[in-house]
Write a protein that binds this ligand. Structure first.
Ligand code: PMT
Length: 224
């Protein structure tokens, strides 16, 4: 039996990129390394939570004491999250592809002289929004990230309302920040009570601070 302030709580964390197939050998992806999501999963488990980590392809080792479910596409990620319900806490740190190729080719697409492949895109399911807006069995605390390159807090505040999640961790992902793939992050925590600016810290420290904040939320019953 786990000990700690989150003992008895179930958490789902998403992490890493998704890979959206174009054909059997090609895919659409992004630069997420999974470092941030995996650090959050580790920190929640360290406080006693029972954690399911739903992760796209990364080089990060599976965290000890966490159930890791490897997936590739956004649709797989949603299905794995749904299968892990019910949960008390959800943290969506994954960089989910917003679009996928509408009909991925069954065979490797052939390069033909003078012809470009017509890649028709379609929208992927929004995992954070789907879990936030559940009418039956909604997790008590749903937390998303907002990856922005300008007007970070303003866009994150709007995103929190649009998705219907409880908290949003806004981070600047402009290339100069090195947030995608790097070891550190600078977070603005947006809740219904306002915004809190955290100093730059390692992704491991972000995970620990977030886990401590979540534990405090369940202990006090307050939002922040
Ligand atoms: O993996 P690292 O290299 O450590 O980098 C960490 C990170 C930059 C990927 C991470 O800190 C981060 O910002 N994750 C969210 C990336 C993202 O896709 O943000 P977004 O603003 O596009 O999406 C907003 C939220 O909706 C996110 O919680 C995202 O997980 C979620 N989402 C988005 C689209 C979708 N189809 N389903 C989702 O659940």
């Amino acid at each position: 039996q786990a000990a700690g302030p989150l003992a008895g709580k179930k958490a789902i964390v998403t992490s890493g990129p998704t890979h959206e197939p174009i054909d059997p050998v090609r895919y659409i992806a992004n630069r997420s390394s999974g470092k941030q999501g995996h650090a959050i999963a580790r920190a929640l488990a360290a406080l006693g939570a029972e954690v399911t980590l739903v992760s796209g392809p990364t080089r990060e080792p599976d965290p000890a004491g966490v159930k890791t479910v490897p997936i590739e596409s956004a649709r797989d990620m949603l299905a794995a999250c749904e299968a892990a319900l019910p949960a008390d806490i959800v943290v969506c740190a994954a960089a989910v592809a917003d679009w996928r190729v509408a009909s991925a080719a069954d065979q490797k697409m052939k390069k033909e002289a003078g012809a470009l492949p017509p890649l028709q895109l379609t929208e992927n399911p929004d995992i954070l929004k789907t879990l936030s807006q559940k009418t039956d069995g909604r997790p008590a605390l749903v937390i998303g990230f907002a990856a922005e390159t300008e007007k970070v807090v303003e866009h994150a505040t709007a995103k929190r309302a649009r998705k219907g999640c409880d908290w949003i961790l806004a981070n600047d992902v402009s290339p100069a920040t090195g947030t995608f793939g790097g070891d550190s992050n600078t977070i603005h925590l947006v809740t219904e009570s306002g915004t809190e600016d955290w100093p730059a810290m390692t992704k491991t420290e972000v995970g620990k601070r977030l886990a401590a904040r979540i534990a405090e939320h369940f202990q006090t019953g307050h939002s922040v």
